[in-house]
Design a protein around this ligand. Structure first.
Ligand code: F6P
Length: 407
């Protein structure tokens, strides 16, 4: 089964599989031109405002959060803020307020060019930029959209905005290695060359047909077997808070790719140890509907040693030879043991270091695994008909509301 799906995936000259060889085929010219625009932004702006939703923002946000400092910004980057992922008037108003004394660039990202949330945000920011920068506004607005069609593409061409393209054969949730993800994270200070190097390594490794040699397929097969045994939820669990947004990206990838025809594992996520003190009880002893996938990076760039304290009033001196990361890693072992002993199946994904190379590898790994997993379920990984249902209903309601108000 896996072998025949493998040949199918590798062989389809499909409109949706452009991402498969993208890291291998990405040319230095593209990376350089993204790097040049990112440098221009760093020189001329305090903040890059990124407009996009779903696959047009989650990957960039995930990588930015994972690889830039918890506090303050990366020494090689500008502050990157996001808008167009919700319809909160408070969010957009407060963001505009916060920009008053800052110089900004805008990167609007939408494959279709018609998604309501980013389209509305771009309407606001386009006017804002024109008011603030006049003729210069068009130098500060960068559009990332489909290479062949769409409203946003027309707007960019009519107004003379610079454009980066999303290849037509790459869907939103598979687009993080295109300029969709690369421009925002390059501006944030992330090394995009290493990210693509990692993804390229994965693209080569994970071309292997044999299950024993292909970690992505093994992960897909194991989660599929658990689904077949009746498990309904996969809980992705990490031990570094900076990975919370990566979880969001993973949720969209698996949720939109697999959740159709009344099938699919529900993708949920937890961040440990925080969530052990909130949802840990349920996981250990509640309704046995879930299994866990632990995501662990062995090396985290910064660490802090527990200080020795002569008073030892808190009785923690027994830990004073350890660092926080060492304690965190031990807690991972403890949780994995306790949960699997309690009957919760645990899959472990382990990577050497939390850096752009390994993150590139991991993201590609998840994409390849997801496609194998969806085909094992016999669903099409590349469409999302259910999302269209919500969009259509919302537009219908908005039109009815306006018509009623006009009477
Ligand atoms: O890039 P676009 O076309 O604005 O789409 C944004 C997101 O909206 C969806 O189409 C539906 O949620 C996602 O698949 C996509 O990532």
């Amino acid at each position: 089964m896996v072998a025949s799906i493998h040949h199918y995936i590798e062989g389809i000259e499909d409109e949706q599989t452009g991402w498969l060889n993208l890291p291998i085929e990405t040319e230095d010219d593209l990376l350089n031109s993204i790097g040049n625009v990112a440098n221009e932004i760093k020189c001329n702006a305090d903040i890059l405002v990124v407009i996009g939703i779903g696959g047009s923002f989650l990957g960039a946000r995930a990588i930015q959060d994972a690889l830039t400092p918890y506090f303050g910004q990366h020494q090689n980057g500008v502050e990157v803020v996001y808008v167009g992922q919700n319809m909160s008037g408070a969010y957009i108003q407060q963001l505009l307020n916060s920009l008053k004394f800052k110089d900004i660039y805008v990167n609007v990202i939408s494959k279709s060019g018609t998604t309501l949330e980013p389209a509305l945000a771009f309407r606001v920011f386009r006017q804002y930029m024109e008011k603030r920068y006049g003729e210069q506004a068009k130098e500060r607005i960068i559009v990332t959209t489909d290479s062949k069609k769409g409203l946003l593409r027309n707007i960019a061409q009519n107004s003379g905005y610079r454009q980066f393209v999303i290849p037509s054969n790459i869907g939103g949730r598979f687009s993080v290695f295109t300029p969709v993800g690369l421009l925002p994270i390059a501006a944030a200070g992330v090394d995009i060359n290493h990210l693509i190097e990692g993804a390229k390594k994965a693209a080569i490794h994970l071309k292997e047909e044999k299950l024993e040699m292909n970690e992505a397929y093994r992960y897909a097969v194991i989660r599929h077997a658990l689904y077949k045994q009746g498990y309904q939820i996969e809980l992705l669990a990490s031990f570094e808070p900076s990975l919370a947004r990566l979880h969001e990206w993973w949720k969209q990838l698996f949720g939109e790719s697999e959740g159709k025809d009344k099938k699919g594992l529900f993708p949920a996520t937890v961040n440990y140890s925080t969530d052990l003190h909130a949802i840990g009880q349920f996981i250990q002893e509640g309704n046995p509907i879930l299994f866990e996938t632990f995501l662990h990076f062995k090396e985290i760039i910064d660490d802090y040693r527990v200080p020795f304290d002569n008073r030892n009033e808190d009785q923690l001196n027994f830990l004073s030879n350890l660092s926080f990361n060492e304690i965190n890693a031990t807690s991972k072992e403890g949780v994995a043991f306790a949960h699997s002993n309690g009957g919760v199946p645990v899959i472990q994904l382990e990577l050497q270091r939390l850096d752009s190379y390994h993150l590139g590898y991991l993201i590609y790994f998840f994409m390849k695994a997801c496609v194998m997993s969806a085909y094992l379920l016999e669903v099409n990984p590349f469409d999302q008909p259910g999302v269209e249902a919500y969009k259509n209903k919302m537009l219908e309601l908005l039109n009815t509301k306006l018509a009623t108000e006009q009477i």
